[in-house]
Write a protein that binds this ligand. Structure first.
Ligand code: GBH
Length: 451
């Protein structure tokens, strides 16, 4: 039973996609049945992931997907966002595909379609084949060409049933966490020398988009977007906020939507240039954008000795009354309409249709006496963000779908299994799935909104 009634559900456009999201390394498990990815090696290094966790088994989605598709059907989802594991399809990142890997995604797609759920696959969600990392990974231009080959293989197998694809997930997060700060795989702490990973991921997106479009499919790019808020109206804080906005948001959107990179002069001389021919390929290469929205980012001028032209003070400590999730992330539903308005102001007619491809929260469970997972905070989070989204759409934002992160608890990267984002609780010892109260709440919301 829902703990909060889904009353006065606002109207959403006809055909709006109601979804949930996962990613291959975070849920599939069955790691012995595929090639190595950078996350396998990263998790094996002591101290990298909380409690020594890894995606070796995860949710065992590889074997249990029929049960999970059943959960999706009970929710009434119209769409499911998942990712394909590149090393499951092409074990070394190059050469002939592994038929068993392709067969798995084939079965998954058929199972979704059989349940009336549109598959929305992401080709790449942080899990690069290890061999490609050994050859330089995303710092290497050739990785973009390899990604195009892999895209062709996936499209050849699934394109008859899958008309819309996401190329890359969150190239900013991958560059920053994986290559600049080293807190995600591949664990490289290159600071600004990580910037070629932006260029090459964007080129990979463009190459993949060309393949997808030639096959009659749509190509979307999913970015982690954050409304950037200066800590004060002092010129230094405002300048730092602009520098951060350019790095986090505009570096991954301006080339695609405007055909030029943003001004990164605040980052000094080491900023690489995008060759003109690459910009020509990248411009206009997205048929839609996935927006992963979690929270706004507060930015202040750097202190002495800070190596970067910005500092990131704690938002919730600064803006009184801001609740935080179990991860400590600020809960700011109004940041979503704010973000959507900024995108419209900045890109105008160049902005393609949007989908919220991730939004959600982690909280520790307090199972009640009956053993139920009554996650009131998650319900409040979803309710707040969905009402804010409805208002933004009523105000003219062209948002076609909402995919909450996540359907089920899963491997939360460097946090291992300590942060739970699911509508469905997973007992990782037994793989038992138990819908939380938010599952029932979302089901009722979808029923009321999908009219
Ligand atoms: C996504 O990344 C990933 O795509 C997904 O795989 C992952 O499981 C999911 O989110 C949940 O983490 O302002 O200091 O509070 C999200 C990237 C980076 C977004 C950190 C929120 C908040 C930092 N996140 N950010 S803070």
């Amino acid at each position: 039973t829902p703990v909060q009634a889904t009353r006065d559900v606002p109207e959403f456009p006809h055909g709006f996609e109601w979804g949930a999201a996962t990613a291959a390394y975070q849920v599939e498990g069955a790691s012995a049945a595929r090639g190595r990815s950078i996350w396998d090696g990263f998790c094996a290094q002591p101290g990298r992931v909380k409690d020594g966790g890894s995606g070796e088994v995860a949710c065992d989605f590889y074997h249990r997907y029929p049960e999970d598709v059943g959960l999706m059907a009970r929710l009434g989802l119209s769409g499911f966002r998942f990712s394909l594991s590149w090393p499951r399809i092409q074990p070394g990142g190059t050469g002939a595909p592994d038929p068993a890997g392709l067969d798995f995604y084939d079965r998954l797609v058929d199972s979704l379609l059989g349940a009336g759920i549109a598959p929305l696959p992401t080709l790449y969600h942080f899990d690069l084949p290890q061999e490609l990392e050994d050859a330089g990974g995303w710092l290497e231009r050739d990785t973009a060409e390899r990604f195009a080959d892999y895209t062709r293989i996936a499209l050849d197998r699934l394109g008859d049933r899958v008309p819309r694809w996401i190329t890359l997930n969150e190239p900013f997060v991958h560059m920053a966490y994986g290559y600049a700060f080293g807190v995600h795989a591949p664990g490289r702490a290159l600071l600004l020398d990580a910037l070629p990973a932006a260029h090459h991921q964007l080129l990979a997106h463009a190459r993949a988009a060309a393949v997808l479009r030639a096959g009659g499919a749509e190509a979307l790019l999913a970015n982690n977007c954050t409304p950037v808020v200066p800590a004060s109206d002092s010129p230094d804080d405002v300048a730092a906020a602009a520098a951060y906005d350019n790095l986090h948001n505009r570096l991954f959107l301006d080339p695609v939507l405007l055909g030029r990179p943003p001004d990164l002069s605040a980052y000094g001389a080491s900023v690489p240039e995008f060759p003109g021919e690459d910009l020509a390929a990248i411009e206009g290469s997205a048929d839609g954008l996935g927006v992963n929205y979690y929270n706004p980012t507060l930015v202040a001028a750097p202190g002495p000795g800070d190596g970067l032209p910005f500092a990131l003070p704690d938002y919730a400590a600064h803006v009184e009354g801001t609740p935080v999730t179990g991860f400590g992330w600020p809960v700011v539903p109004d940041g979503l309409p704010d973000l959507l308005a900024r995108l419209r102001d900045r890109y105008g007619a160049a902005l393609p249709p949007l989908r919220i491809t991730e939004n959600g929260c982690s909280y520790p469970d307090r199972p009640d006496a009956g053993g139920a997972f009554t996650d009131r905070e998650r319900i409040a989070y979803l309710d707040g963000h969905l009402r804010a989204l409805a208002a933004a759409i009523a105000d003219g934002a062209d948002v076609r779908g909402y995919y909450t992160w996540s359907l089920i608890d899963n491997f939360e990267w460097a946090e291992g299994y300590t942060q739970r984002f699911g509508l469905v609780h997973v007992d990782f010892a037994t793989q038992r799935r138990t819908p939380r109260a938010s599952f029932h709440w979302y089901r009722d919301w979808i029923r009321a909104a999908a009219r």
